[in-house]
Design a protein around this ligand. Structure first.
Ligand code: NAD
Length: 354
């Protein structure tokens, strides 16, 4: 039984990790989250009263607050997911991405290092700092090829550049100070509790509202999709069994063009919410994202060979579960649409002036 500090546990992937840790393990969870627009504690039903759960509303850029959390909870491991995560927002305003993803990761590494250095020998050896990152650090692929763990970093957006920076910091804290780290780089996630600015929930909700479904450019950009619960399982496995200093690519073997994803959602909506059928009539091509990476595809062979991980969901089964979840959990997303985000287009400006 461990005490695991999860940063960003009120976000999309972090909340899946916290839900799994509480439901499927004996570990205690300390959820450290600033509660930005992307956070939602309603994504953690029942956690607030769970005996193995604690919540700390803290900004990872605040070193003093981080040190206090480490002193109070004495975690055995950190799973670092807190980040600004939306590429379009990073185009409109890159500053928050530099602060949270780079400066915040630096502050967290320093707080973790201070805590780790003061641990007794056996606990020092068992401690882990797990950095959760993205395949977008590798840049874009042509028609062929896959990202492996040795692919050179070549990030193209402010978001992916900030995540590449944080990956490098984490690796350096291992090489320089010996902090026991593991890293993972994952493809696009989808599933329940996904903030509706991202493609899949946005298209589902536009479809339910009978509004135009925006598809960037010609819709031919390719992403490799992974169901969020499969990602959370992979993260738990890497934390338990990953080799210190190593990185692991995580992907779903599910390459799809964006337009194919949208059409699959339309077919599911036609079946599960037939009132608006045919939903494909709502597809609307809009101006492409500046610097839009053409194709991402992950070679997840290393985590499969070395740790025995494989996704449980295919894209079809995972997407069906996802559409059904949004149909059954209207209050979760309705409160977001009534508050912090109403489905507007982001990421077309040339950025906020410095
Ligand atoms: P998200 O935007 O849904 O959630 C991010 C969480 O971090 C939110 O709860 C937010 O409040 C918190 N946060 C943001 N800034 C913070 C700060 N300064 N201090 C403390 N908390 C802060 O993101 P997500 O989609 O769940 O992604 C989680 C992690 O996984 C990110 O690091 C992201 O780069 C990575 N990742 C995401 C995907 C994906 O498809 N979503 C794929 C691969 C990797």
């Amino acid at each position: 039984m461990k005490r695991i500090l999860v940063t960003g546990g009120a976000g999309f992937i972090g909340s899946a990790v916290v839900r799994q840790l509480l439901a499927e393990t004996d570990h205690s969870v300390i959820n450290l989250d600033k509660l930005t627009y992307a956070a939602n504690l309603a994504s953690l039903p029942g956690a607030g009263t769970h005996p193995r759960y604690a919540f700390e509303k803290v900004d990872i850029c605040d070193g003093d607050a981080l040190r206090a959390v480490f002193a109070r909870h004495r975690p055995d491991a950190v799973m670092h997911l807190a980040a600004e995560s939306h590429v379009d927002r990073s185009i409109d305003g890159p500053g928050d991405f530099i602060q949270t993803n780079i400066v915040g990761t630096f502050r967290l590494l320093e707080a973790a290092r201070g805590h780790w250095a003061g641990l007794p020998e056996a606990e020092r050896a068992a401690f882990r700092f797990h950095h959760i990152s993205t395949d977008e650090v590798f840049g874009t692929l042509g028609a062929d090829g896959l990202f492996t763990e040795t692919t050179a970093y070549s990030p193209n957006s402010p978001y992916s550049a900030s995540k590449a920076s944080s990956d490098h910091l984490v690796r350096a804290w291992h090489e320089t100070y010996g902090l026991p780290v593991v890293l993972t780089n994952c493809s696009n996630n989808y599933g329940p509790y996904h903030f509706p600015e991202k493609l899949i929930p946005l298209i589902i909700l536009k479809g339910l509202a009978g509004q135009p479904m925006p598809v960037y450019g010609a819709g031919d950009n390719i992403r490799d999709w992974l169901y969020v619960e499969d990602h959370a399982r992979a993260l738990r496995l890497v934390l338990d069994k990953g080799v210190i200093g190593e990185s692991y690519n995580i992907g779903g073997h599910n390459e799809r063009t964006n337009i194919a994803v949208v059409k699959t959602i339309c077919a599911l909506l036609d079946e599960l919410a037939p009132a608006g059928a045919p939903h494909e009539r709502l597809i609307t091509y809009v101006t492409d994202r500046p610097g839009h990476d053409k194709r991402y595809a992950i070679d997840a062979g290393k985590i499969e060979r070395e740790l025995g991980w494989r996704p449980l969901e295919t894209f079809e089964t995972g997407l069906r579960k996802t559409v059904a979840w949004y149909l059954e959990n209207r209050s979760w997303w309705q409160s977001i649409l009534d508050g912090s985000y109403s489905g507007e287009r982001l990421g077309l400006t040339s950025g906020t002036a410095p």
